[in-house]
Structures are given as structure tokens and as C-alpha cells.
Design a protein around this ligand. Structure first.
Ligand code: NI
Length: 175
């Protein structure tokens, strides 16, 4: 199978598994978020190659399907290969851990993955630092911005363009 088919198959898989899921505080399909993460990666890649883009793109498309939809590592490994499954698993917060700890635990597991996976997390947070849902209070917005700073500090070395874009989003975030 060539890479184009891999990416298209991953997108179809994500569309099936996230069907009915919407963005927080919105009626837009969750695919809006997944597409935006992929576009952040590809836009960055045009300027400065994202290391192993063939790994980064399917990981971006599938990055929330374990955490949000209960897809298993084994299923991802059989469909898309063990490297993609390992990347998506690292990008998934452990449900049993308290919230703050779950993020640092995930970041440590991402840092044990190829730089492509670091880039997905940077692109994910860039995509998420848009005006927050109306129901978020100031404390939640500030915590989200602090978490973004942690992501930038831990993973920013993977790609200067993505790091710069995340830094700009953090500075402009209404918290
Ligand atoms: Ni995401």
C-alpha cells in the first residue's frame, strides 16, 4: 500500500470512529479538529521538513481515537503498523491518572517516541489554542495556557516552525 492510501485509510477510519463526536461547545464535527492538526503539520512541513512526515500524518489523523473512542493499540497496530499505534498510544492520556499527572505522563511517553510524534502534539495544541468554549472559566483558561507552555518547553525542540507558531498562539490566548 502506498502512503496516499495509508493516509486516506486513516482518515476514513477516524471518520467512522469519531462519527457523532463534536468539538467541545460546538456543533461542528470532531473531524474539524483532526483536519486542522494535519494542516498545521503539512503547512509547517512545506517550510521546514517535519521529521518522518509519513509517520506524523497518520498519527495526527488518529491521535484521539484511543483516548476518545476506545480504539485499542492492537487494532491500530494491525491496521496501520506498530509505529503509528505506539505514537497514538503515547499521545493518549492515561484515563486512570489525575488530570495534571496524565499530561506529564503522556509528555514523557511522547519524548520516548520519534520526533514526528512530538510534532503531532505541538500541532494538536496549536490547533486547540483557538478562542476557548464559552463555558470555560478564567481558571480553566489559565491552566490550559500553562499546560501549553509545558508542551512547548518539553517538545518545542522537535520543529522550530511549529514551536514558534505555538509560542505565538500562547501569547495571544485569552486567559
Ligand atoms: Ni487533539
Amino acid at each position: 500500500m502506498n502512503d496516499d492510501d495509508d493516509w486516506t485509510d486513516a482518515w476514513r477510519f477516524a471518520a467512522e470512529h469519531h462519527h457523532g463526536q463534536t468539538l467541545p461547545g460546538s456543533e461542528l464535527s470532531y473531524l474539524t479538529h483532526l483536519g486542522s492538526v494535519v494542516l498545521e503539520l503539512l503547512a509547517a512541513h512545506v517550510v521546514e521538513p517535519v521529521p518522518d512526515i509519513e509517520l506524523a500524518v497518520p498519527c495526527a489523523i488518529l491521535h484521539d481515537c484511543i483516548e476518545d473512542q476506545g480504539v485499542t493499540h492492537a487494532e491500530l497496530a494491525s491496521r496501520f503498523g506498530v509505529r503509528v499505534a505506539d505514537g497514538v498510544a503515547a499521545l493518549s492520556k492515561h484515563p486512570a491518572l489525575p488530570k495534571a499527572e496524565a499530561m506529564t505522563d503522556s509528555l514523557s511517553r511522547i519524548q520516548a517516541q520519534p520526533k514526528a510524534v512530538w510534532c503531532v502534539k505541538l500541532a494538536d495544541r496549536i490547533s486547540n489554542l483557538i478562542p476557548p468554549p464559552a463555558h470555560w472559566d478564567a481558571a480553566k483558561r489559565r491552566a490550559y495556557r500553562e499546560e501549553a507552555r509545558l508542551i512547548l518547553n518539553r517538545l518545542g525542540a522537535a520543529h522550530s516552525g511549529l514551536a514558534a507558531r505555538l509560542r505565538t498562539r500562547i501569547e495571544g490566548y485569552d486567559a
